[in-house]
Design a protein around this ligand. Structure first.
Ligand SMILES: *Cc1c(COP(=O)(O)O)cnc(C)c1O
Length: 412
């Protein structure tokens, strides 16, 4: 049995240069966020809540201007009433698409929860885009999990209203999309279909790089506030940001035609959304360092990992191939046991609705379901891959790496 202390020390030494790069990205992202808050003259009056219709809610309006500035785009909708990332994506898609128009995914099958939103393979899903007569196609990834630009260009010969691009690897053994690659996709789309809207599912991607997809040609980006941009402090919410003409179609769907984004109150107030955004580049950097350390430590222990510790990253997800169901379960239980909340809980594989395999999940988070906090998810199928993400502090990640290594290496 390898000496786990020594292995961790080695891993930490190996990661030093990568950590420096992460720190540099954190500084660039942080200076951007801080500068935008100062430019919008954020002050304590913006933290107060509102009631009723929420007309002239300066906390909401200013937060949205700060987000728009941070993402370098014209407008943003940032709302506690958006219940999740899936909801934000659904609002954006339904806002942008009309019956008879076509949605194209440029990167193969989109995130699991979007299947029913789009109505993939089942036009009978009530209320799906398909049930409203919106067409859907997807351009498959290459064998290596890369974007197939020539197939994308070919697929764009047919008129396309929205092109969906998922930045994160999601729960797949494929690389996340670099900003350069997203830029290439946007250029390819706009060369053939100048009016098409490139919508990037930005979940898990915010602040992992020094730019966001809107800086490389994306028309709209969408994400969840209980992931990266909430910094671990936002208690709920989502955002949709991008070109003004696109956002004005989306706000009609967010509330109602004729009303749009000018209403929406939130009695609890907005402080945690501002404070969360302020801390988000740091939180993301902590999570990234944790993912990098996990990658190197498990690689040194002989497990295949993706991405490699030194590979460029565009999301916070780390995949670790455990090889057997016993090790996968032990891994998830060790993550749970390392959590600040529900550390005594004992994750079991279960039949999650919508999945063909059993799934095991570890999450002991302050904010229910927040995957910017340290968590692990895994479908119970060969080669038994754990998806590790989040971590509010690097110290916590280090401890969890140590505990998961111990748990996994003890099993033959
Ligand atoms: C998390 C996630 C979603 C969906 O977000 P929920 O908040 O879980 O609904 C969509 N796409 C990607 C890539 C995600 O990581």
């Amino acid at each position: 049995m390898p000496d786990i202390e020594a292995l961790l020390k080695q891993a930490q030494r190996d990661c030093a240069a990568v950590f420096e790069g992460i720190e540099q990205t954190e500084r660039i992202c942080f200076e951007n966020v801080l500068g935008c808050m100062q430019a919008q003259r954020v002050s304590t009056q913006h933290f107060a809540g509102s009631t009723g219709y929420g007309y002239d809610d300066i906390g909401r309006d200013t937060l949205e201007r700060v987000y728009a500035d941070v993402f370098g785009c014209e407008r943003a909708l940032v709302r506690p009433q958006i219940v999740s990332g899936t909801h934000a994506l659904a609002i954006a898609l339904f806002g942008l698409l009309r019956p008879g128009e076509r949605l194209l995914s440029a990167v193969g099958k989109p995130y699991d929860t979007l299947e029913q939103v789009i109505g993939i393979g089942d036009e009978a899903v009530d209320g799906s885009l398909a049930s409203f007569g919106v067409g859907y196609d997807q351009v498959e990834l290459t064998e290596a999990g890369e974007v197939d630009l020539s197939a994308l260009t070919a697929a764009l010969k047919r008129e396309t209203r929205v092109v969906l691009v998922q930045r994160s690897r999601g729960y797949d053994w494929r690389p996340s999309l670099s900003l350069a690659k997203i830029g290439e996709i946007c250029a390819a789309v706009h060369a053939v279909q100048p009016k098409a809207v490139v919508l990037v599912d930005n979940c898990y991607g915010e602040f992992t790089c020094d730019k966001e997809p809107t800086a490389v040609g994306a028309d709209v980006i969408v994400g969840s506030l209980i992931k990266n941009p909430g910094g671990g402090l936002a208690l709920t919410g989502g955002y949709i940001a991008g070109r003004a003409d696109a956002i004005s179609r989306v706000e009609t769907r967010l509330t109602s035609p004729g009303i749009g984004g000018e209403v929406g109150s939130y009695a609890a107030g907005y402080q945690l959304f501002y404070q969360g955004l302020f801390i988000a580049p740091h939180t993301v950097a902590q999570a990234l360092r944790g993912a990098v350390l996990a990658a190197r430590a498990f690689e040194l222990a002989g497990f295949p990992v993706s991405p490699a510790y030194s590979a460029p990253r565009s999301d916070i997800i780390q995949a670790i191939q455990l090889g057997t169901p016993e090790k996968l379960i032990a891994f998830c239980r060790a993550v749970q046991a390392s959590s600040p909340v529900d550390s005594f809980a004992f994750p079991e594989p279960w039949d999650m609705p919508g999945y063909t395999h059993q799934v095991i999940m570890a999450a002991g988070t302050f904010v229910s379901g927040a995957s910017i906090e340290l968590s692990a998810d895994a479908p119970m199928r060969p080669p038994y891959i754990a998806y590790w993400q989040g971590g509010l502090s690097y110290a916590h990640c280090t401890l969890a790496v140590q505990n998961t290594l111990k748990a996994v290496i003890g099993i033959s």
